[in-house]
Design a protein around this ligand. Sequence first.
Ligand code: ADP
Length: 170
Amino acid sequence: MDVAVYPGTFDPLTYGHMDIIERAAALVGKLVVGIYENPTKQPLFPLEQRVSLVEEAVAGLSNVRVKAFKGLTVDFIRQVGGKVMVRGLRANSDFEREFEMALMNRKLAPDIELLCLMTSSQYQFLSSSLIKEVAKLGGCLEGMVPEHVAVALREKFSVPMELATGDGKM
Ligand code: ADP
């Protein structure tokens, strides 16, 4: 197995994503984290910022690269010379959708194989959308996203530092 691609919106990157990135990177020669524009999801962070947040997080992983893309994921995988698509699975919430997408992708590109990694149990309930909700309300994000992502979220929602770190006094 040489080049694999882990595609997603990453709006923003969480430790759930990082767990999949680290585990996939240990299995393949080179892992490309593909960040798609995804205008249908109306992302909170612009594409360039989502890319730079992931780049900072994977800086220590020598076989991981980050690239933005538009259009069909399978076309992007072919462009980077990939043969494998990596996805993460949380119980219940992801299976139906991933299965549907996998079958469509198989029709579009039978030469690309799908590798699904089960989430680690501590990240089972972690999602970018939940993170955004918590951040918006000023909740503490420790253990859920890397510190630089937490900083970016605080800036987005203009949350005072003491509230976001759980030090707010009543
Ligand atoms: P998408 O819009 O493609 O769902 P996401 O950034 O939400 O993009 O997710 C990218 C991939 O990471 C998906 O395969 C998703 O199931 C997986 N993922 C997201 N959160 C977690 C998590 N906490 N644990 C494992 N996999 C996750």
